[in-house]
Design a protein around this ligand. Structure first.
Ligand code: DGL
Length: 270
């Protein structure tokens, strides 16, 4: 047994790296649906179908707990999956809530009514599907009042990263930050609402300027998972073996992953 980490492609590796560092005794099985990335330009039904297939594969591989390390899947599929009901003993969690709790200065599971928080102007960078779901704004509204969110759909960035074209990815990030700043000239905080974007975090920070606090999910999700596993030790999956699975070409995906994480990573066919 292991804990499953799912993303449409390589972005979830930013989360995987943080959870592996935070929880070195836990085995993780990573599943990248690289054959179908990017998810961010697909409709909600399509994202739901692909996400369900991936999560079922991870359950089949012995994972009781699966983390959707993908905002697009968390936004478009998680609630529907949970409402439909998951098999007994299985759990699926998303990556939105830890980020919003950090932004709104809340402890895990603090369900008190929404209140005023320090930040008032927040820039959200995410995929077109995540932006159009408005899931981020919905989760935020449960916890905070008076926060102005300007969302920028960052078309093309995930494709460029998946293709390993970091020059194009950088140019696109700069142009999306410019577009955001035309709508909101002085954000106080910026959310990287796609797990691929931490691979471009320096470019976001540079383009936004040093006064903008950039929130990215990896460490927040790692802390929240550590907390969850302490409260639900059975979900740790003791004694499991880690693995990297992809629906894409394992050689190509292994080579990109090795480049991103700067250590040898070997994917096998999902
Ligand atoms: N890493 C995924 C996310 O967090 C990327 C989605 C995509 O494939 O477009 O949204």
């Amino acid at each position: 047994m292991a804990v499953g980490i799912f993303d449409s492609g390589l972005g979830g590796l930013t989360v995987l790296e943080a959870v592996q560092e935070r929880l070195p005794d836990v085995a993780f099985i990573y599943y990248g649906d690289n054959a179908h990335a990017p998810y961010g330009v697909r409709d909600a039904d399509d994202v739901y179908d692909l996400t369900t297939r991936a999560v079922e594969r991870l359950w089949g591989a012995g994972c009781d707990l699966v983390i959707l390390a993908c905002n697009t899947a968390s936004a478009a599929a998680l609630r529907r999956m949970q409402e439909k009901g998951v098999p007994p003993g299985k759990r699926v969690l998303g990556v939105f809530v830890p980020l919003i709790e950090a932004l709104t200065e809340r402890q895990w599971g603090d369900n008190s009514p929404p209140r005023e928080v320090a930040v008032k102007h927040v820039a959200l960078f995410a995929t077109p599907a995540t932006v159009s779901s408005r899931a981020f704004q919905r989760e935020l509204a449960f916890r905070a009042v008076g926060v102005d969110v300007e969302a920028q759909a960052c078309g093309g960035v995930v494709d460029a990263i998946e293709e390993g074209d970091m020059i194009l990815a950088e140019a696109l990030v700069r142009s999306h930050v410019d577009a955001l700043k035309r709508k909101m000239p002085n954000p106080e905080a910026a959310i990287l609402g796609c797990t691929h974007y931490p691979l471009m975090q320096n470019v976001f920070q540079e383009a936004l300027g040093p006064d903008v606090q950039v929130y990215s999910q990896a460490n927040l999700v790692a802390e929240s998972l550590a907390d969850y596993l302490e409260r639900h030790p059975k979900m740790r999956g003791e004694g499991g073996e880690g693995a990297y699975l992809t629906t894409g070409d394992p050689r190509r995906v292994s080579s990109r992953a090795t480049q991103f994480l700067r250590r040898p990573i070997t994917f096998t066919a999902a």
